[in-house]
Ligand binder design. Structure first.
Ligand SMILES: Nc1ncnc2c1ncn2[C@@H]1O[C@H](COP(=O)(O)OP(=O)(O)OP(=O)(O)O)[C@@H](O)[C@H]1O
Length: 230
């Protein structure tokens, strides 16, 4: 199987702060959990993969592209879900926001709205197409953000703590949707260790280093052991 995500001794320094160092990995697993303490570099790692953060050292390739040089192209194939959906919902209504995801792809307006209508009808937001985005609950907004990402049929979805702001019911709904999503690959940054265990591979960061990668049960257990040893 081809390795879709490859990092070779990647370092990231932001404003003089060495945030990631010597990160090397070669990833082909379908659902990849990224775990570790606050400030360990998980979000920075996630953002590297679609060019939102630039590597200061080393080499990075995602589907063969350098995210720094080919970021624009890569972002057509890589969808990003943030903790706070408000940062990615930019249009006034549910329908318009979803339509925005498909702009710039050479599709006719009528085809875009037909596809959007299908997606809304098949989702828990059925009947809410004309509703203002700000009238949706936090859970509904996160669902809308995820639907917008799914619409572009990405090869990779990166989700950075997508359930952090949600209650238990909505967390479970978003988590279940992400784990079942049709995209070939998912990178999921999370503090929800039960969710991490349901992935196919886990990466553990600590103090800017990738300290472990392997079966999620093993990686989560050693993370728990490292925390209780402190
Ligand atoms: N723009 C920046 N300039 C300087 N330091 C930064 C910048 N962005 C992040 N950092 C630092 O990099 C470190 C890693 O941050 P990052 O957000 O990647 O961690 P994280 O593991 O995702 O944390 P959390 O679990 O709290 O979200 C932190 O110490 C943070 O303060």
């Amino acid at each position: 199987m081809s390795r879709s995500i490859e990092l070779d001794r990647v370092g990231v320094t932001l404003n003089g702060n060495e945030v990631l160092r010597e990160v090397t990995c070669s990833l082909s697993a379908k659902r990849i959990a990224v775990i570790g303490p606050n400030g360990s570099g998980k979000s920075t790692f996630a953002r590297l993969l679609n060019g939102l953060v630039t590597a200061s050292e080393g080499k990075i390739r995602v589907f063969g592209h350098d995210p720094d040089r080919d970021g624009k192209r890569l972002r057509r194939e890589v969808g990003f879900v943030f903790s706070n959906p408000a940062v990615q919902l930019i249009m006034p209504t549910v329908r318009e926001d979803l339509a925005m995801s498909l702009r710039g792809r050479g599709l006719a307006r009528a085809d875009i709205y037909a596809r959007v209508a299908e997606v809304i009808a098949a989702s828990p937001l059925a009947g809410r197409g004309d509703d203002p985005v700000h009238s949706l609950s936090g859970g509904q907004q996160q669902l809308l953000a995820l639907l917008g990402v799914e619409l572009i049929e990405p090869r990779l979805i990166i989700a950075d703590e997508p359930t952090a702001l949600l209650d238990l019911v909505n967390s479970r709904a978003i988590a279940a949707r992400l784990l079942a999503v049709d995209a070939p690959q998912l990178v999921l940054v999370t503090h929800d260790l039960d969710l991490a265990r349901r992935c196919d591979l886990a990466l553990r960061f600590d103090a800017g280093r990738l300290v472990e990668q392997g079966h999620p049960d093993q990686v989560v257990d050693s993370y728990l052991a490292s925390v209780s040893a402190e």
